[in-house]
Design a protein around this ligand. Structure first.
Ligand code: PLP
Length: 443
């Protein structure tokens, strides 16, 4: 009880005694950090970690009750030593698999050399990263940030400024058309144009200038465009929204509309990009190119937050020194990690593997007869199993799968999202699918 103030400085009151001395009880063994429950002088178990997290942390997530401590490839292990197949890949940030050895090597070597210089100075990783990502993605210009939401914010700033300076939209009047059911992150501007009530409730007032239209309806986009429209911002497939795949030809039509109306097409490929759908970018399924492409998540193979806006000189050329920036955006560690993460993605055939294994998984899941399934949809290794409302929600199936050694997560209430690492092999996929089929066949 002696160091209660250490933990209660922000007004905590009822803190279980179990944790008062937990900091002191952390001992450093040669193998790494090992946490001891001070009451019983035993290793902390799953319940201890959960209680600690719930006691001291804000409750802005509702994770499955599994406490992970190690990952390798498609596998993760919990603190009790149980092994699980990761069928979520940190919402597609671990496309390259957990702790990929080549990315790990790039990270540790760069971390020992130079990590951060801010953008006050130049460094020897930035230019190579810029050139390599532009060549890989057929882009002319790149602006690096950290989180996905920051890339989205950066794109919004870029297209607004482009709208005023190049298109000639009157100052303060720029509009952006977005899709209903979108998910682009959690900043205030972004949640301001979300159509999910919970993402907005209690957070207003919001940034004006956004119009939401039904996803998958190109005509609705055309009708929403005015002379003041700077951009259309879409996910090629709505991942968080429930793995919603728009009708064939949608993106092509939107591309034509944007060309005709002199409006920038911004595609948020933070979840769908970098191989997830079996192509480098999901836009390729429709044979189009956006004006701005947003990447994040797997850009670092899950080692580090790295995101970027990829575009052309006309749009990113609107930024001048002082207009935009980030202390960590484009730092040497991020660039070294991203360079290697992109290399392993292409050199190790992960994109082709995602297409191959994704086709197989879809065939198997679509053949599954279960009273709980309304629809199975997906592209590459991004798959959603939508359940009928009577199934009692996707959560209970994810919990059952956890018990069977497969980790995945519900998105919205009724969709089980499957997104294993793109390195997954057929026997591992079979193991996961067998468990999924078993829980979905159960009454
Ligand atoms: C399509 C899309 N855009 C943006 C984001 C936000 O990324 P971050 O959580 O890194 O800010 C996400 C996160 O899930 C996403 O799926």
């Amino acid at each position: 009880m002696n160091n209660i103030n250490q933990f209660c400085g922000h007004g905590a009151t009822a803190v279980p005694a179990l944790y008062f001395n937990s900091k002191e009880a952390m001992i450093d063994l040669a193998a790494g950090k090992f946490n001891i429950n001070p009451l019983f002088f035993r290793a902390m178990d799953t319940e201890d970690y959960i209680r600690q997290e719930e006691t001291f942390g804000a409750h802005n997530y509702r994770p499955l009750d599994v406490v992970l401590s190690r990952g390798e490839g498609v596998w993760v292990w919990d603190v009790e030593g149980r092994r699980y197949l990761d069928f979520l890949s940190s919402y597609s940030a671990i496309n390259q698999g957990h702790c990929h050895p080549r990315i790990l090597k790039a990270l540790t070597e760069q971390a020992a050399r130079l990590t951060l210089v801010s953008r006050a100075f130049r460094h020897d990783q930035l230019g190579p990263f810029y050139q390599e990502i532009c060549e890989l993605t057929d882009s002319h210009s790149v602006l690096p940030m950290n989180s996905g939401a920051e890339a989205v914010e950066t794109a919004i700033k870029a297209v607004r400024k482009w709208g005023y300076e190049v298109k000639g939209i009157p100052d303060g009047q720029a509009e952006i058309v977005v899709a209903e059911n979108n998910f682009h992150g959690r900043t205030l501007t972004i949640v301001g144009f979300s159509t999910e009530p919970q993402y907005r409730r209690g957070f207003g007032p919001f940034t004006p200038g956004f119009k939401a239209v039904p996803f998958g309806d190109a005509q609705a986009i055309e009708s929403a465009i005015t002379p003041n429209t700077a951009a259309v911002l879409l996910e090629p497939i709505q991942g968080e929204g429930g793995v919603i795949i728009p009708p064939a030809g949608y993106l092509k039509k939107v591309r034509e509309i944007c060309n005709r109306e002199n409006v920038m097409l911004v595609l948020d490929e933070i979840q769908t990009g970098l191989g997830r759908t079996g192509k480098l970018f999901a836009e390729e399924h429709e044979g189009i190119q956006s004006d701005l492409t947003l990447v994040g998540k797997a850009l670092s193979g899950g080692f580090y937050p790295v995101s970027a806006v990829l575009s052309n000189k006309e749009v990113l050329g609107v930024f001048h020194p002082g207009d935009h920036g980030s202390t960590f955006g484009g730092n040497p560690l991020a660039c070294a990690v991203a360079r290697e993460a992109l290399k392993v993605l292409t050199e190790e055939g992960m994109i082709e593997n995602a297409a191959r294994q994704g086709r197989y998984a879809m065939e198997r899941l679509q053949a599954l007869r279960s009273p709980h399934i309304r629809e199975v949809r997906g592209r590459g290794l991004l798959i959603g199993i939508e359940l009928v409302p009577e199934a009692g929600g996707a959560r209970r199936f994810c919990e059952a799968l956890k018990e069977r050694g497969v980790l995945c997560k519900e998105t919205h209430v009724n969709v089980i999202r499957l997104a294993p690492p793109l390195i997954i092999q057929r026997d591992e996929l079979d193991q996961g699918l067998e468990q999924i089929e078993a829980v979905l066949r159960e009454a």
